[in-house]
Design a protein around this ligand. Structure first.
Ligand code: HEC
Ligand code: HEC
Length: 294
């Protein structure tokens, strides 16, 4: 129902002219602060369209947007942020480059950067052979344990990584070839079998027998130059310990026989040729910290 406008008795304010069951609506003006904020928003929005990227537009056959006069671009902002972080990291990488490994190891802040970098580089370069947790597999040594073929000190590991193993690289490359006893007819099949039996007694995997006793003599003659008396191994020569029940190529009789008959000659690339020196250092620190480092 409509009503004619009139002035409310109590407040002295005009009504809108609407009334419902005698209840009338006062026509109070909007508060000034509200009206001005409203106008300010309109002005702001127009300025914003002009200054900042705002409206989608269809131009030259493709959708794009009005770029705004100051050329603001969130992609550029993100790129700048990333560059800033990289510059911050570079400071640490320069220090890793300049300092020697034991000094870096004393520096908790540098170690944090080195271990993170080492972990990432390990995933990219080493995991295919050594496993993502460096747990190894037949032919590829476990790098978490303290059983080292070539040595587990920081320096040893660094040399191994930088120069590789049985890899055509340089004078520091780890190199030692076990003879192929059966293939190259140094021993007969029977002798290889006997010495295999002896090798298995070293780790307590097999009982001493007549055959293993014959094998012991062959071992003393042929094998101790590299594997030492009792088969304890020699890191200088990269000859694995045969007495510790940890096997690179498997400790069952057939695998040990194969190792003696044909030798294995596992190879690892020289990472100094493939990765930058800072990454190789980070990898050495990472591998050393895996748990077996000496
Ligand atoms: C193509 C396969 C392959 C890749 C890739 C590889 N390795 Fe190796 N690595 C080997 C083999 C095989 C051996 C054992 C060689 C031997 O018989 O002495 C080895 C040995 C090692 C050793 C010596 C272990 C010891 O007991 O002395 C270290 C340390 C090592 N690798 C670290 C790494 C790191 C770090 C990477 C990545 C940068 C890597 N490896 C990538 C195959 C590989
Ligand atoms: C010239 C040094 C040398 C001599 C001599 C030598 N070995 Fe080896 N042996 C090695 C090296 C190095 C390896 C590691 C091979 C590799 O990683 O490819 C090895 C590996 C082995 C393995 C495999 C170990 C594992 O963990 O799987 C067995 C078994 C073995 N040798 C037995 C013998 C026996 C038995 C003889 C003597 C008949 C012998 N070796 C003589 C250097 C030698």
């Amino acid at each position: 129902m409509t009503d004619t406008k009139h002035t409310d008795d109590v407040t002295g304010v005009d009504t809108t002219g609407h009334q419902w069951d005698d209840i009338r609506e006062l026509n109070n003006p909007l508060p000034k602060w509200w009206v001005y904020s409203f106008y300010a928003c309109i002005v702001w929005s127009v300025l914003y369209w002009i200054v900042m990227p705002a409206w989608p537009i269809f131009m030259n056959g493709a959708w794009t947007y009005t770029g705004g006069v100051i050329g603001y671009d969130q992609r550029v902002v993100v790129e700048n942020d990333i560059a800033e972080v990289a510059a911050g990291r570079q400071v640490f990488l320069d220090q890793i480059n300049a300092q020697d490994l034991p000094t870096i190891q004393q520096n908790a802040e540098l170690m944090e950067v080195a271990l993170a970098g080492g972990r990432a580089a390990f995933g990219d370069n080493c995991a295919p052979c050594h496993g993502s947790g460096a747990q190894g597999s037949p032919g590829f040594p476990n790098l978490n344990d303290d059983d080292w073929i070539w040595g587990g000190s920081l320096e040893d590991i660094h040399v191994t990584l930088k120069h590789g193993i049985r890899w055509e690289a340089d004078d520091d490359t780890r190199f030692n070839d076990m003879p192929r006893y059966l293939t190259d007819e140094i021993l007969t099949a029977g002798q290889v079998s006997d010495v295999t039996d002896y090798v298995l007694t070293l780790s307590g995997t097999a009982e001493v027998t007549e055959a293993s006793t014959r094998g012991a003599e062959i071992f003393a003659r042929e094998c101790t130059t590299c594997h030492m008396d009792g088969g304890i191994g020699n890191r200088e020569l990269g000859a694995p310990n045969l007495a510790d029940a940890i096997w690179l190529y498997g400790g069952d009789r057939a695998s040990v026989y194969e190792s003696v008959a044909n030798a294995r000659a596992g190879q690892m690339p020289a990472w100094g040729d493939r990765l930058d020196p800072v990454t190789v250092k980070q990898l050495a620190l990472y591998v050393h910290a895996l748990g077996g480092g000496e």
